[in-house]
Design a protein around this ligand. Structure first.
Ligand code: SAJ
Length: 440
């Protein structure tokens, strides 16, 4: 199949783009394409998301996104609808970016992706390009995406329509910048598909576009997040060991990282979000089907999953001997400066404390999620009268917190459990508060 006409339309920006899924990656992607001069229609099943976008607002907290959405709405280059079928009706390029989480058995849950593909497929035009940005398990393009699209369209991929995989690689809190500057990977089902997809993404990224076999692209995406998960697991393991030795892990990692070939990540309360806890599982699951055990990756997953429990034990130690204690949990988002609470380590800590009958009041400057306890957006209210403050998320607001101000609201002999190492130990101790940091 030829892609010449589509490539011409992409170059002249007359190609219409549809983005199916307006989540943490989909909406920024839609807005970046709209900002680059394309007419973009985004689709999302959540009515409140569609309404927010059409009102020029961003339903998620991501630096620069609200302003970009507003600008694109004012220029008339971005609109949102509830149905994928409607969004794809007149689209020359369709980008599918919906979640591919794990189900209860730890297997890839691909129904949201299949359903998005079916929605797009209902109105897909002959000659259009479909790009999947959702993270796929190894073999996902061949085994899931191609058959699903061919079944619902009655057309053949690479013959009647173009199809490529180009995984999103932007990091939340820097999503817009990374969509525009990160290198892109593109793996088409045929040359024309790769060529068209590469042309499309070269309109929005200055980081270069790499064309590769789709099987390679699937692995690259998963290996990147697995690298990070394993690296963080190493940092966490060293932190737990340093804690037992009474050595400050922060200094250890800082100095080790001065070596030109060492780059140990930051230990913390656990690894959350929708990617790092999941993507290694795609590899582990697939390897098991081949009769292989990915022992290092499995051990790293276990280490990272154990971190909230490690923090819970520290809090329990700090609570020993206290009557009807109150714990303030600072941060329910999975990482700093985001409102995303998916797979947040705070959930396990809060639920663990509630099970033990502890009064919990959690706080977050961005997110709103109680995980079964009490939640407030007022930091003062959260920490008022607390026996223990446990810092679960490295929000900038917590880094700026002053120990003397904090002390004014706490019980006199309160303990700070700093699971993200955001406070200065010396300053906390100078206020007469006990400091229990992770890894020291
Ligand atoms: N974390 C640590 N220590 C660290 C870094 C992170 O404990 O040194 C924790 C965070 O607190 C968080 C979790 O790990 O709970 C994940 O955070 P993250 O910032 O590492 O990653 P995500 O999930 O927000 O985004 C990752 C990114 N992948 C890589 O950097 C390799 C992003 O580029 C991907 O697009 C994204 O996953 C995705 O969607 O796959």
């Amino acid at each position: 199949m030829h892609a010449d006409e589509l490539i011409f339309k992409i170059r002249s920006r007359s190609a219409r783009v549809a983005v199916v899924g307006l989540g943490y990656v989909g909406l920024p992607t839609a807005a970046v394409f709209a900002d680059a001069g394309f007419r973009v229609t985004g689709a999302d099943v959540k009515r409140e998301v569609v309404e927010a976008v059409n009102a020029g607002r961003s339903p998620i907290s991501e630096p620069g996104l609200e302003e970009l959405v507003r600008r694109c709405r004012e220029r008339g280059t971005l609109r949102a609808v509830c149905s994928a079928r409607e969004a794809c009706e007149d689209a020359d390029a369709v980008i599918v970016v919906v979640q591919t989480p794990l189900d209860e058995r730890g297997e890839p849950e691909l129904e949201p992706l299949r359903s998005a593909l079916r929605g797009a497929g209902e109105s897909l035009r002959r000659g259009a390009l479909v790009v999947v940005e959702s993270t796929l398990p190894p073999g996902g393009m061949r085994e899931v995406v191609v058959p699903e699209l061919e079944a619902c369209t009655g057309m053949r991929a690479g013959e009647d329509f173009l199809l490529a995989y180009s995984p999103e690689r932007a990091i939340p809190t820097r999503t817009l910048e990374e969509i525009r500057t990160n290198p892109r990977l593109v793996g088409g089902v045929d040359d024309a598909s790769s060529e068209a997809a590469a042309e499309l993404y070269s309109c929005i990224t200055s980081g270069g576009v790499y064309r590769e076999h789709v099987d390679v692209v699937e692995m690259v995406k998963l290996v990147e997040n697995t690298f990070r998960d394993v690296n963080i697991a190493l940092a966490n393991e060293i932190a737990v060991f340093c804690e037992a030795l009474g050595v400050d892990v922060g200094r250890v990692i800082e100095l080790a990282n001065r070596h030109p070939r060492v780059n140990i990540h930051t230990p913390g309360a656990g690894v959350g979000g929708h990617c790092l806890p999941k993507d290694p599982m795609f590899l582990i699951g697939r390897a098991r089907k081949q009769g292989l055990r990915l022992e290092v990756i499995e051990a790293a997953r276990r280490r990272n999953e154990s971190m909230p429990l490690h923090v819970l034990r520290k809090v329990e130690r700090a609570l020993e001997g206290r009557r009807e204690p109150k714990v303030a949990v600072l941060g329910v988002a999975y990482k700093g400066n985001t409102d995303d609470t998916r797979h947040s380590p705070a959930e396990k800590v809060i639920k663990g404390l509630l099970r033990r009958g502890v009064r919990v009041c959690s706080h977050d400057p961005f997110a709103k999620q109680d995980f079964g306890g009490r939640f407030t957006n007022s930091m003062e209210e959260a920490v008022r009268g607390a026996d223990v403050v446990v810092i679960m998320t490295d929000h900038d607001a917590y880094r700026r917190m002053s120990a003397s101000e904090l002390k004014r609201h706490l019980k006199r002999d309160a303990v700070i459990v700093d699971a993200r190492r955001v406070l200065d130990r010396g300053e906390v101790e100078r206020q007469g508060l006990r400091y229990l940091g992770l890894g020291c």
